[in-house]
Design a protein around this ligand. Sequence first.
Ligand SMILES: NC(=O)C1=CN([C@@H]2O[C@H](COP(=O)(O)OP(=O)(O)OC[C@H]3O[C@@H](n4cnc5c(N)ncnc54)[C@H](OP(=O)(O)O)[C@@H]3O)[C@@H](O)[C@H]2O)C=CC1
Ligand SMILES: O=C(O)[C@H](O)COP(=O)(O)O
Length: 500
Amino acid sequence: MNNSTHTKSDTFSVMKQGNAFKFLSNGEWRTSSSGKTMKEVTPYDNTEAYEFQSCSQQDIDDVFKAANRAQRDWAKTPLWKRAEYLRKAAVILRENKDEIATALVKEIAKNRKSAVSEVIRTADLIEYTAEEGTRMVGKLMTSDSFPGQKRDKLCLVHRVPLGVILCIPPFNYPVNLCASKVAPALITGNSVVIKTPSQGAVSALYLAAAFHLAGVPAGVVNAVTGKGSEIGDFLTTHPLVNCISLTGGGTTGMSVCKKVGMIPLQMELGGKDAAIILPDCDLDLAAKAIVSGAFSYSAQRCTAVKVVLAVEPIGDELVKKVVEGVKKLTVGHPEDNADITAVINKSSADYIESLVFDARQKGASEVCPYKREGNLLWPTVFDHVREDMKIAWEEPFGPVLPIVRVKSVEDAIEFANRSTMGLQGCVFTNDIEKAIHISDQLSTGTVQVNGQPARGPDHFPFQGFKDSGLGSQGVYFSLEAMTKVKSTVINLRQESYAMN
Ligand SMILES: NC(=O)C1=CN([C@@H]2O[C@H](COP(=O)(O)OP(=O)(O)OC[C@H]3O[C@@H](n4cnc5c(N)ncnc54)[C@H](OP(=O)(O)O)[C@@H]3O)[C@@H](O)[C@H]2O)C=CC1
Ligand SMILES: O=C(O)[C@H](O)COP(=O)(O)O
């Protein structure tokens, strides 16, 4: 393994040919056999951000064959050594955090501070995964714990890799949500094929490059670029895929689920996270969490607060505090660290606008008014939202927050549970018994008490109920998801009991 540090500006030069980024196949950065490239524009000024390969079916087929070939030797690499590769990749990410953050700023308009923190969070996640993975030991079971049995069978239980994992991250965390799939896959002895998001492709390629530069053997980490609508089906239905881990929209996730065969799936899809605010809560704390929860990264987070259910009589006071908080948010360019930056593309901005117009036309009260310049949308808050308004149910993935007034906690729970999604929810109250009762009633994978919805810290389990997903993420849970149980049973001729 190469132990030198990677801080020079040409560290990643291997990834490029001219202006175009190459894709990673079997340990080599290549141009596509299609001869075609794709261009990506910045969300904020529509100028060209990057150019990268439009991978062909032939490229993808080659990548899967390489990943399949490399996996067995990788699985035979001692665990401590696999962990070393991961730690090395984490070091490379940290050393190059500014360059990678620049890609995040340009491709997905994440503000610089958050972009740098995504890279550091990713390095931490990879290191934690290396450590957790080395501690993931098998277990020994004995037959005599089952009724009627003697101690004449010893069962050695191991977790073994699945094979080739197809990792499909979304645009909003192209580095971190790529690593949250790749790191657990690698430490457990799988090889990976990354399908980068089209907006965010270069950021995800940097992640792949960190593993490549760390010296991970050829074929173990591969990354292809291209449009999901063009190469998605070929990737997900490829016979050499042994597991798919996808984070993205519900429509994408469900269509993949319907097409693939009997392989394990880890799906992290959309959310409509509700914040239930009880009259007895610390209102300042709740308002602060709502503003941060609803508007960080312009609300392009699956865990964003997407509807507030204010239990009367606190509605007026809560709305006043939320509006005060929203007015302090800065709107502008990601390089200036603005809180609110342009949403990912025009079609997303148009969709968000359609939800705004629907709420406006149906009479919601626009307490923080909507304004748009290109893809830049000012943080908008609607009060007195009713259930006939689309914004009450749909996921805008943009800075528009609906507030619904409800008469009772029971009404709030009923409203929240009517959503087809069930990622997270949160409840603000000073009564912990009430909080537990509400958490028990909510059909969501996680409920936060007196805090905003969030995936992190990244070792916590993260899962969606209903249409929000399948399986659980979070370091240990992903290690389990990317392995299967294998057991060896030793049948003794006579019973034997371990003695002191
Ligand atoms: N629960 C969670 O953890 C999270 C959920 N999300 C959800 O993701 C959505 C926004 O992210 P976004 O990136 O736009 O989501 P998409 O569903 O559009 O895309 C997600 C990923 O899937 C790829 N893809 C698209 N079509 C296919 C296909 N047919 N087969 C295989 N892969 C495909 C995309 O590639 P391409 O870009 O080329 O189309 C991208 O890499 C929101 O709905 C949000 O709620 C986002 C983050 C976290
Ligand atoms: O993609 C998302 O939106 C994330 O999974 C949420 O992560 P966060 O809660 O750390 O923003």
